[in-house]
Write a protein that binds this ligand. Sequence first.
Ligand SMILES: Cc1cc2nc3c(=O)[nH]c(=O)nc-3n(C[C@H](O)[C@H](O)[C@H](O)COP(=O)(O)OP(=O)(O)OC[C@H]3O[C@@H](n4cnc5c(N)ncnc54)[C@H](O)[C@@H]3O)c2cc1C
Length: 382
Amino acid sequence: MDFRLGEKAELLRKETIEFLDEHLTEEILEGCHATGVNHDVEFAKAVRDRGWLTMGWSVEDGGDGRDPLELIAYGEEMHRRNAPMYAIGTTMGIAHLIQKLGTDEQQREIIPKALNAEIVIALGFTEPENGSDAAAAATRAVRTGDGWTINGSKMFTTNAHIADYVFMLARTNPDVSKHRGLTTFLVPLDQPGVEVQAVRTMSGERTNITFYNDVFVADKWRIGEVDGGWTVMATAFLTEHSASFHAEQWRLVEAFERWARESGRLRDGDVAARIGKSHTEFEVSTLLQRRAAWAASEGLDAHGLGSMSKLFSTERLEQQANETLSLVGPDGLRARGDDTAVQRGTIEHMVRHAKGTTIYAGTSEIQRNIIGQHVLGLPRSY
Ligand SMILES: Cc1cc2nc3c(=O)[nH]c(=O)nc-3n(C[C@H](O)[C@H](O)[C@H](O)COP(=O)(O)OP(=O)(O)OC[C@H]3O[C@@H](n4cnc5c(N)ncnc54)[C@H](O)[C@@H]3O)c2cc1C
């Protein structure tokens, strides 16, 4: 068995590293850190100019048909360096969805702007009362003339304050079972009645709560059939549940190793043991992610395998960060921005950041439910 990614993927990895060396400046990283926003317009334009915004799109969809192993190498390097890819990911993910399921008019309006890095699309699934159970969405969309009136609120609408649209799941029929009464819309955020309030997370990330008070949305912004939103969401969620955070594990162990060498603590048995353990856990996460990507590319049910990869990488990351900090000691608590911060605050930040990774893109409990159902064949429990 050969677990390497192959020549094409390694070539793309090399190109990605060169691209990041050139375009991912300290200024950009500092800006993202200071604002808590994982997006930078100049960086997004550089990705556009390199022809990488459609990374992962097939040739028929207008991409360059990279294979899953190439995508792994690309994603690993972007995440390892903490490049601002979140808004690019949500925007291009929904643009891709529109390419597949949208009307001609939606495609004409959205795709060229997305391809030109001119717009940002945020995701509006989670609500104050419904997160894991997105199908319980209570935000209402009611037919009004040639459109819809939206009332409700969405929690954690990350990037809504810089976005042009939110891809929203709304309830259009309260009289049928919950999965059957939902519709998806691309809501323009410049509409009257939209309010965006900042929410700061423990990791310093800025997200938002968004309120919709009698917001009118023309029917041309409906994506998919009326009450057919859950089918549209199935495509959107599939990639979420296969998220892996092994590149973060990599970033952390690299910082820890550098610290150990520079501080002379490499000879400390506990430090050496943690480095060994971290590398092993990183390797297991990497292999779980590759297996999920391989299964998806073979047309197999990758749902549970993606969940294993997400679950393991995030829970190990959280433990790895805590143990790393306890070995570095109080010095490790100084944050980026303080000249004396250990490894420019990478370890301190990872302790806070790791918690969130076990929540978004499906919590650990939800991943366990999916594994139980899809891998172990247990009865559905949610
Ligand atoms: C930083 C950040 C950014 C985010 N960005 C976005 C975004 O851009 N757009 C968006 O729509 N959402 C976003 N989210 C929301 C995220 O997807 C949700 O937080 C997540 O789905 C969990 O939902 P919840 O917070 O409502 O928790 P809940 O679903 O209320 O869960 C609370 C607890 O109960 C557990 N639980 C729930 N259901 C079950 C079950 N059936 N079995 C066992 N345990 C269960 C959960 O695991 C959790 O521990 C973001 C979240 C964070 C933290």
